[in-house]
Design a protein around this ligand. Structure first.
Ligand code: 6PG
Length: 241
């Protein structure tokens, strides 16, 4: 039985406020939070909100930033998730210690990087059931139902025994390093952020028809075994619920 809560906000600012309150609540419980950030465009609203409003109100020294996936391009490339986060968050908040950031090196040889990052996660995170466990895994959902960088044409990779693995975007063929579904589902909290009308149908499919799409969409397999799944949605993304 999935332990799930759907939080709906009128707009992205309210969603960012709600997500920040969630982080603050966890910081009042956990001495250290290891968070796997998602990439793409959705997280920008939260990073911009934090840069504008939370420079001094979040104890950044206790937040440790990892990624759930990275595109295999250098940080300077506009497609790089770390590069986007640096532009929207790290460069705006000097209080975030550089030593708290564990990026996936998109510029490195992908197979070697996937292996290296698996070792980093094993070394830095608590192990639960012999798998690294994040306090928070932050996810987006593609309108094709992918999440992290596991795509609908690679469903078998979701249950890979690997901690990190190499995948490829089905259209662009861009190589990606991603955590596996087992690592996603080993988190204490999985949070899925989705905004905008273009996500509404996929959000409804996953939340209301999960079993029907279990073999079709990787996002339908998000189910933290001993944790919680929280959705942070704006009204548009929640409009078909
Ligand atoms: C990535 C992401 C990916 C993303 C979804 C949603 O690197 O692309 O980690 O899983 O979360 O594609 O992306 P948007 O937020 O851009 O819609």
């Amino acid at each position: 039985m999935i332990k799930e809560e759907v939080k709906i906000y009128p707009d992205t600012t309210a969603l960012s406020e709600g997500f920040t309150a969630f982080i603050q609540k966890l910081l009042s419980v956990y001495p250290r939070i290891n968070i796997a950030l998602s990439g793409g465009t959705t997280p920008k609203v939260v990073f911009d909100y934090w840069a504008e409003n939370c420079k001094d109100s979040i104890d950044w020294s206790r937040l440790f930033f990892f990624w759930g996936d990275e595109r295999c391009v250098p940080p300077e490339n506009v497609m790089n998730n770390y590069g986007m986060t640096k532009d929207h968050l790290f460069d705006k908040i000097p209080a975030i210690p550089q030593n708290n950031v564990y990026r996936i090196h998109g510029e490195n040889e992908p197979e070697e990087e996937a292996d290296w990052y698996s070792k980093i996660l094993s070394a830095k995170l608590m192990q639960r059931l012999d798998i690294p466990s994040f306090e928070i895994v932050m996810l987006g959902v593609g309108d094709n139902g992918h999440t992290v960088s596991i795509f609908p044409n690679q469903m078998s990779l979701w249950d890979s025994k690997e901690i990190c693995l190499l995948t490829e975007h089905p259209e662009s063929k861009m190589k990606r390093v991603t955590i596996s579904g087992r690592v996603v589902n080993n988190a204490q909290y999985v949070v899925i952020l989705a905004t905008g009308k273009n996500k509404a149908e996929m959000v409804r499919n996953i939340i209301e028809k999960r079993e029907q799409f279990f073999d079709k969409y990787p996002a339908a397999r998000v189910n933290p075994k001993k944790g919680y799944l929280y959705w942070f949605l704006d009204n548009e993304a929640a409009s078909l619920l």
